[in-house]
Design a protein around this ligand. Structure first.
Ligand code: SAH
Ligand code: SF4
Ligand code: F3S
Length: 454
């Protein structure tokens, strides 16, 4: 009998990937994904703990779900609510205490055990809390993907992090760094491509720390893995995220010049341009190291565009430190970026540093940084005007007759063209620059008849 599953995903792309894997695990139990929690038999919140705001969202969502749960009960049914992901890992007991409607709390490493947990709850047992880091590797127990992957797919190749940046919860919520074997990654990539994916984004909390067991019995680093994946027929685009500057080795940098499927766009978080702050963050590199890595990447591929993450208002950050961040941004030039106010996270070393930056100073710095980053992004987008960019078409647009794809630099590109383009790459001439996307025309536009048929 069909059951409705609603999964709400917060946080990073790894959570997006994990949510799909949880859906895979639940398919044999008769659960099919539903677009809303109304009438759902099972609701999973796949949560993020990275900043306080992200974590707090979960509790307000649980509050809203409570009403739906009551309604379901009044109708003689049942809505099971599970909290998964990084808040679950960090605050397991607290969630059960604070949210009476929650039946299951499970950490990121135990998704393969979901069927047992559900059976326990359905059997009238107690609420389930499973935030272990089990000895078994969940990837060995997760079934193969069930849903069609879509044109652009995620593939987690590495999980956890051993870097322990002093602001970050990830090493605690995701555990120690672990890489999947090369063969398992290649097989999954081949299945995704067979299912229609033309682009794969390799995921990991620290993806370029990848060191999976190769078929030759040696450890392969990310550069080698990328080269191997590029041999897969019809895999046109490869990306990877998120990287740490310290783990950008020479072979990976060289791959950016040698592997044409590797897209000329890299998200390489730097967090700060001040050496003093980078040291306090335990990033273990200096601003100049970052500059050198960027130079190397641009030597390998002069078309490379960069994106980054920044934290403003890290404890002890002075005006001079912030000025160093602005200087680095000005010098390097980013085409996209995420910037955040430092958010103290319980259990992380930086939360206990006395010298916290006042909120209004953080606000001011964030606004200044974002203004600079926005100007760089706008300038980069403007430079695309009149260029022909290869666009991978992924979906229908919001307006009739429109299809949307992505440029090599991940910019959304809208064109008026038949839906038959979805799933393929076409050259598009950029004709208009919108605030967050580009408009274009397919260069070898199909004849009018073809448009009419589609
Ligand atoms: N693994 C990635 C980042 C994962 S978290 C890396 O090494 O860079 C994504 C981003 O969230 C980080 O790059 C950082 O900019 C931001 N972030 C992490 N912890 C934060 C905190 N406590 N306060 C504010 N921003 C934070
Ligand atoms: Fe967090 Fe990234 Fe640092 Fe790891 S490398 S601790 S995930 S910020
Ligand atoms: Fe958030 Fe966990 Fe990802 S804390 S950013 S969901 S690894």
């Amino acid at each position: 009998m069909g059951k409705k599953l609603y999964i709400k995903t917060y946080g990073c792309q790894m959570n997006v990937y994990d949510s799909d894997r949880m859906a895979d695990v639940l398919t044999p139990l008769g659960y099919a994904p539903s677009p809303s929690p109304d009438g759902a038999d099972l609701v999973i919140l796949n949560t993020c703990h990275i900043r306080e705001k992200a974590a707090e969202k979960v509790y307000s969502e649980l509050g809203r779900l409570r009403a739906l749960q009551e309604q379901r009960r009044a109708e003689g049914g049942r809505m099971i609510v599970a909290v998964a992901g990084c808040v679950a890992q960090a605050q397991g007991e607290e969630i059960l205490d604070r949210a009476a409607g929650v039946d299951i709390v499970l950490g990121p490493q135990t998704y393969h055990r979901l069927p047992e947990m559900i059976a326990e709850v359905e059997g009238g047992g107690a609420r389930v809390l499973d935030t272990e880091f089990p000895a078994e590797d969940k990837f060995d127990f997760l079934p193969e993907e069930t849903a069609a992957p879509g044109v652009s797919a995620f593939l987690t190749i590495q999980e956890g992090c051993d870097r322990f940046c002093t602001f970050c919860v990830v090493p605690y919520t995701r555990g120690a760094e672990q890489s999947r074997p090369v063969d398992a990654v290649v097989r999954e990539a081949e299945r995704l491509v067979a299912g229609g994916a033309r682009e794969i984004t390799l995921l990991g909390q620290n993806v370029n720390a990848y060191h999976g067991a190769g078929p030759d019995g040696r450890e392969w680093r990310l550069g080698r893995l990328v080269r191997r994946l590029a041999e897969i027929d019809r895999l046109d685009r490869i990306r990877y995220t998120t990287s740490h500057p310290r783990d950008m080795d020479d072979d990976l940098i060289a791959a950016h010049g040698e592997v044409s499927a590797l897209m000329p766009f890299l998200h390489l978080p730097v967090q700060s341009g001040s050496d003093r702050i980078l040291a306090a963050m335990n990033r273990r590199h200096r601003a100049d190291d970052y500059r050198r890595i960027v130079d190397g990447l641009r030597t390998a591929n002069p078309d490379l565009a960069l994106s980054s993450d920044f934290i403003v208002g890290f404890p002890g950050e002075r005006d001079a430190d912030f000025a160093a961040t602005l200087a680095l941004v000005t010098e390097v030039g980013f085409t996209q970026a995420f910037s955040f106010k430092y958010s103290p996270r319980p259990g992380t070393p930086a939360a206990d540093i006395g010298d916290q930056v006042p909120e209004d100073v953080k606000d001011e710095r964030l606004a200044g940084l974002q203004q600079l980053l926005r100007a760089q992004q706008d300038a980069f987008n403007q430079r695309q005007l009149g260029r022909d960019l290869p666009v991978l078409f992924q979906s229908r647009g919001r307006h009739a007759g429109q299809v949307v794809g992505r440029s090599p630099y991940l910019q959304p590109v809208h064109v008026l063209a038949p839906e038959t383009l979805i799933g393929g790459i076409r050259p598009v001439r950029i004709v208009e620059i919108m605030p967050n996307s580009l408009k274009g025309e397919v260069v070898d536009a199909p004849a009018r008849e073809e448009l009419a048929v589609a």
